[in-house]
Every structure is written in structure tokens, then in C-alpha cells.
Design a protein. Structure first.
Length: 270
């Protein structure tokens, strides 16, 4: 008898999860819903209607932004290029920092006495906002792009170290055991058994962070860490909306091009 002609009564019912099995999911999602309800008033979600009642103000602001002034386009492009360079250097230093720290944070590679302190340190680096780190380095090295590079390097290093460690924890143990069977040292196990497995994933993570840092570097310019952010801040303070919209257009074009380039590079890794 063909499968199509099988008696429906012979088809077993789909498996059902017991209440005990579903309880953790109910608790988690119920907790999320409860937090949303609790946070409704503190975050002023009731002001959502103002998007429509104050629409005339938004239209007026939008009219100003729809007439960008590209008189200083060469300056904007030069400062955007500097912002990208800040992001590139910050991400590169972060990768150099994240590789050893990511390996040290991996549960399947590092002993507990090393793994836990490294995880706490990476949590600390991820928790401190870029603007705070940028302000700290401005005090240390002065105004300019180098402070932005250092701020991005530390914050992104903490993020990438966590992502790198999770990639290491998901590797196949077979290649590592094969390298170990040859009498290789611990370092050789990592170089020949671990790194080849995680290199494409690590590269993809680094490219994602470079995209993000291209935007973060713009914000760092607001505190004097170099790049187009300073021009953006000046235009906002001076209510020069025509210049502001031109700067925003330059940023959008640059970030879009970086996104296309990043996608092309990631597709080569697959």
C-alpha cells in the first residue's frame, strides 16, 4: 500500500510535551511578557500617539532635512574616510585582543581558574559604553582619532572574545583528538585542530563588528574622538539642518558600501 493510501487511523499522533516539560518555556516567556507590562509606563509607551498628533512638527523637520547642502562635500567625505579608518584600526586591534582572550574563555580549552577571571574581564569590557572609554582615553592621550581607536578596540575586544569563545566551544573534537594523537603540544592542538575550524566564523564575526564600529566611530566623534561625528555634532548644535542632512547622506552611503563589501567577503567564507 502506498503512503498516500495509508489509513489515517494508523498514523501516530504528534508527540505532546507534558506540563513539566513546558513549564520552563512558560516561565521564561511569561516573565518576558510580565517585564514588558511592567516597563510600559516607565518607558512612556503611552506617548506613541504623539507620533500622529505632533506630525506637523515632524513634517517641518523633515522638509529641512530633505534639502541637503553638499557645499562642503569634500570635507564630509574626508571625515567619513577618517571615521572608517578609526573603525578599521579599532576592529583590527580588537581581533588581536580577542583571539587569546577568546581561547582563554572557552570552557573546552581553558581550566576553570583561568576561564572565569577572563570571562569576568571580558564582561567588564563589554559593559563599559564606548563613550565612557572614549572620554577616558581622551583624558589620557588627548583629543583625536587615536582615543576613538582605543575605545573601539577595548569594547569590541570584549564582544569578540565572547563570540570567539562560543565558536571554540562548538567545534568538533575529532580534529583536535587527531592532532593530539600525533604527539602534538597544546599549542599545536590549537593551531592545527581548533583555529582551522573557527577561522571562517571568527572572520564573519569580525566583519560584523567592523560594520557596527563604522557607526560607533561616528558617535565617538561627538566627544572629540575624531571623524565625521564632530561635524555632525556641530551641525546639530547650530541647527544647520541642510548641512546635517548632507552629513547623514554621506554616512548612509558609506555604511551601505561597507555592508555590501562585508557581505561579499562573508560569502567567500561559505
Amino acid at each position: 500500500m502506498s503512503p498516500a493510501a495509508a489509513n489515517p487511523a494508523d498514523i501516530p499522533p504528534p508527540p505532546r510535551r507534558s506540563m513539566a516539560q513546558r513549564a520552563p518555556d512558560i516561565l521564561v516567556w511569561g516573565g518576558v511578557i510580565a517585564l514588558l507590562i511592567i516597563g510600559f509606563k516607565p518607558v512612556e509607551m503611552s506617548h506613541l500617539t504623539l507620533l500622529f498628533t505632533n506630525s506637523e512638527n515632524m513634517r517641518q523637520y523633515g522638509k529641512e532635512l530633505l534639502r541637503p547642502d553638499f557645499t562642503d562635500l569634500r570635507l564630509y567625505v574626508a571625515q567619513m574616510w577618517l571615521t572608517i579608518q578609526i573603525a578599521l584600526w579599532g576592529t583590527s586591534l580588537a581581533v588581536i585582543l580577542a583571539i587569546p582572550f577568546g581561547l582563554a574563555c572557552a570552557r573546552n580549552l581553558s581550566p576553570l581558574w583561568l576561564q572565569q577571571p577572563m570571562r569576568l574581564l571580558m564582561n567588564l569590557l563589554r559593559s563599559i559604553p564606548d563613550l565612557v572609554l572614549g572620554t577616558l582615553f581622551i583624558v589620557a592621550v588627548g583629543l583625536g582619532p587615536f582615543a576613538g581607536v582605543l575605545a573601539l578596540a577595548l569594547n569590541t575586544g570584549g564582544v569578540l572574545a565572547k563570540l570567539f569563545s562560543e565558536g571554540v566551544e562548538s567545534i568538533d573534537k575529532g580534529p583536535v583528538e587527531g592532532v593530539r594523537a600525533t604527539g602534538a603540544s597544546r599549542l599545536q592542538e590549537i593551531v592545527w585542530g581548533v583555529i582551522p575550524q573557527v577561522a571562517p566564523l571568527w572572520t564573519s564575526y569580525a566583519l560584523y563588528r567592523f560594520e557596527s564600529n563604522s557607526r560607533s566611530a561616528t558617535v565617538l566623534g561627538l566627544i572629540g574622538a575624531g571623524g565625521i561625528g564632530q561635524l555632525l555634532f556641530d551641525a546639530m548644535n547650530g541647527f544647520a539642518y541642510h548641512k546635517l542632512s548632507a552629513i547623514v547622506v554621506v554616512i548612509i552611503v558609506a555604511v551601505t558600501l561597507i555592508d555590501f563589501l562585508s557581505q561579499a567577503m562573508r560569502s567567500r567564507l561559505l
